[in-house]
Structure formats: structure tokens, C-alpha cells
Ligand binder design. Sequence first.
Ligand code: SAM
Length: 254
Amino acid sequence: MSKSEIFDSELFVQLSAGLPRQGPGSTEATRRAFSMVEGLPARPKLLDIGCGPGAQTIDLARATGGEIIALDNRQRFLDEMLARALKAGVSSQIKPVCLSMFEMDFSDASFDLIWSEAAIYIMGFAAGLSACRRFLKPGGSIVVSELSWLIDDPPAAARDYWAQNYPAMQSFDANRKIAADAGYEDIKTFVLPAADWWANYYEPGEARLDEVRACHASEPEAVALLDDIRREYDLFRAHSDAYGYVFYVMRKPA
Ligand code: SAM
């Protein structure tokens, strides 16, 4: 099965439906990154790429008072996002768009701020930053969180796991250079605290994993897939000092 087929399999839907987030993050981190963005107008136009169930979309709607296009290629996540936005009283600010990020065709200079938490890796960090640049107004900002090496010589267990699962992962410094080469300036960064991985993503995921594994205990293929997901949790437990999600906040020159 390809990664995309796994993501759309019934098993993965059982694992992911209704969870607070589909990637590491927190309201505090979204707000912190937003506080580093400068020069936005009063009601900015935003694009949230790979919005998933919309935790950060809702935080951004509250923080900016702006209009947000929330883009994801899975309608089930957009439905979750909209239900949550309705409950939060911010749905009028959010327009869901079910589309692949590879097919984005917005007009040039459409957005004051482009945001993507734990999703730009799908296009690739460099390709994603380059593709987004023309959609930003001059002086507009882009904020992405991206899995990055935090130390020069990561332990073999972490290197081997990510060589299989995200071979394009770069160091913090390499990503800063990639961002500058893609035509961005004023690049600011911070590392998402490890606690934010657990509270909003790994802990709810791990609890769900136990339930789903019990239902599929007699299916060797499903058990192998579920055990591989558990390896990711165990790896982070042991090596969260070696890699992490880094927020990159940067601006297209005015
Ligand atoms: N930003 C959300 C969060 O942090 O909770 C979701 C992050 S999740 C790791 C990645 C998201 O990207 C998923 O919602 C998935 O459906 C979406 N996605 C995957 N491939 C995509 C594509 N080609 N175009 C648009 N969205 C995609």
C-alpha cells in the first residue's frame, strides 16, 4: 500500500477520526508563531494548507479576525474542521477548499499570510516554499512547521527510522538556507516543545491505537502497520532531543 492509500484506508480512518490534531502542535505554539509575524493588515487574507481537523485554523481565525481559505484534500477532515469552527463561532471567517496542495492555482499575491502546520513536507519543504511564494502579497508572510534534525549527529535508531519514513528531513540550519534560497527574508524559528507532541497528538493517538489494535488483533497486516506507528511514538520518547518540529516564520520581500 502507498502512503496515500494507507491514509485513506478504513484502518487509518478508525485511527484518526475525531482526534484533536493530525500532527504535533498546540494553541500556544500557533499563537507564538503568529506573534512573530509582522506587518499584517487589520483583516488579513490567509491560506491554511493541509488544515486537517482545523485546530490551528480556528486559533488563527480568533487571532487574526481575518478570512481563511482552509485547504485539505480530504473532505472528512474539512467536515471535522467546519463542525469545530461552528462550535467556536468562527465558521463565517473560514472557507473550506477540498483540493490537493499540488493543484493550488490561486491568483498571484492573493494572501497576506500562508500557514501550514505539519503538512508542507507533503510537497517537500523547498518545493512547498517555492510554490507558495507567488500566492503571497509582497511583504506577506509564510509560517510552516517542519520536522527537522536538531543535532548534528543523531543516534542511529532515529536516523534509520526517518531514512525510511522521511528521507528528505533536513537540519534546522539547512532549512533556514533553503528558505532564504526560496526568496524569503527575516527568517525566525523556534522548536515546538516535546510536550506539545504528546498532549495533542501522540497521547490521543496512542490511546486510539490500543483500541484499534484490539479490534484487528487477528489481522497480521493491520497489526504490522499499527506496530510501526507505535515505533514512531517509542522513538520520540527516546530521542526527542535529536529531532522535532520547528516553526519557520518568514517574509516575502516587500
Ligand atoms: N495541519 C493539521 C494539523 O496539524 O492537525 C494536519 C496535519 S496532517 C499531518 C497533514 C494534512 O495534510 C492532513 O489533513 C492530510 O489530509 C493533508 N494532506 C495530505 N496530502 C495532501 C495534499 N496533497 N493536498 C492537501 N492536503 C493534503
